[in-house]
Write a protein that binds this ligand. Structure first.
Ligand code: RIB
Ligand code: CA
Length: 316
């Protein structure tokens, strides 16, 4: 796949098994993506571990030139909720974890996002958000011009037809910080929402795992180990379920190859009050003026295309 020039992006994440795969895909795609910074947030595991995990993945990818910033240690309002049952106590499943040699960069994730975006021309920097949206919400609060300056915000967050994965009605990233999600989706920034409706179409089948396991590079070996862990978790926690979905890498796949996804203009509102449906994303396609919509909801994903992209990148 040929590119005119690499897109300047920031990756905001809470690694996390699937965040780690998304990072390895991005680090392996320098022809398509110029990663200005990786910013981490508390989510799947605590903030200290998500920052360490991002640095460790960066080391595996040999990408120590990319700064990793640590960020919010808790959501804006609600109490923190981790997802270590799906990611292991380290947050990286069966991957061997050690202290990475290269340190985190100075500066909070929110400040790093502001600096990276505001120091470049308008509409030239995109951000992939694949954890609780606390850092981006803080950045938008600190710099009110940020939302209008971003080229696009590609978010793994929300659910419509698929229902929830952390509660009956909420997807984890939105549930973990619903106030931040409401701010980001309502900011006016051009948001591409890749929720469970799309990611549940992208599942790690035995054939897709085998294709990754056949690759020799360290990044490919790490992805294979991360995928095997997610398959084991799925078998243990969701008996009889289909193979596990690949959530966060879909945001990177969209940035590299948006044609792999079908999106629809939508009005997206987040429930921030109800104890029963906190974090629910109300995704409305019936719009008085579709052209005025700032959110596009992903309704279809090409699973073979996403895994093909991952395999091609890890083979490079
Ligand atoms: O609902 C899926 C999201 O929650 C992904 O970002 C995954 O990392 C988990 O945190
Ligand atoms: Ca995540």
């Amino acid at each position: 796949m040929a590119f005119m020039s690499a897109q300047a992006i920031i990756i905001d994440c809470d690694p996390g098994v699937d965040d780690a795969i998304a990072l390895l895909l991005a680090f392996a795609s320098p022809q398509a993506l110029e990663i200005l910074a990786v910013t981490t947030v508390a989510g799947n595991v605590d903030a200290q571990q998500t920052a360490r995990n991002a640095r460790l993945i960066r080391q595996i990818a040999g990408a120590e030139g990319v700064p990793v910033h640590a960020g919010a240690t808790r959501p804006l309002v609600r109490a923190p909720i981790v997802a270590s049952h799906f990611h292991g106590t380290s947050g990286l499943g069966w991957l061997e974890v050690s202290e990475p040699s290269a340190p985190a960069a100075a500066g909070h994730s929110a400040d790093a996002i502001i600096a990276a975006v505001m120091s470049r021309p308008p509409k030239t920097v995109s951000i992939a958000v694949m954890g609780p949206m606390t850092n981006l919400a803080l950045a938008m609060t600190l710099e009110p011009k940020l939302a209008a300056r971003l080229e696009q915000v590609v978010i793994m967050g929300g659910a419509r037809i698929e229902g929830g994965n952390i509660t009956a009605s909420a997807e984890y990233n939105v549930f973990a910080d619903p106030h931040a999600a409401s701010m980001v989706y309502g900011s006016g920034a051009p948001c591409i929402a890749i929720g469970l409706d799309a990611t549940h179409q992208v599942r790690t089948t035995p054939q897709r795992l085998a294709a990754i396991k056949a690759l020799a590079r360290p990044s490919a070996k790490a992805v294979a180990t991360l995928l095997e862990f997610s398959i084991d978790v799925q078998r243990r926690l969701v008996p009889g379920a289909p193979p596990p979905p690949l959530h966060d890498p879909c945001t990177i796949a969209y940035l590299i190859a948006p044609q792999l996804f079908e999106t629809v203009s939508a009005d997206l509102q987040v429930e921030t009050e109800s104890p029963l449906t906190l974090g629910h994303t109300a995704v409305e396609f019936r719009l008085p003026d579709p052209a005025a919509a700032t959110v596009r909801w992903a309704v279809k994903a090409d699973a073979n295309g996403v895994f093909g992209l991952l395999q091609e990148a890890l083979a490079r």
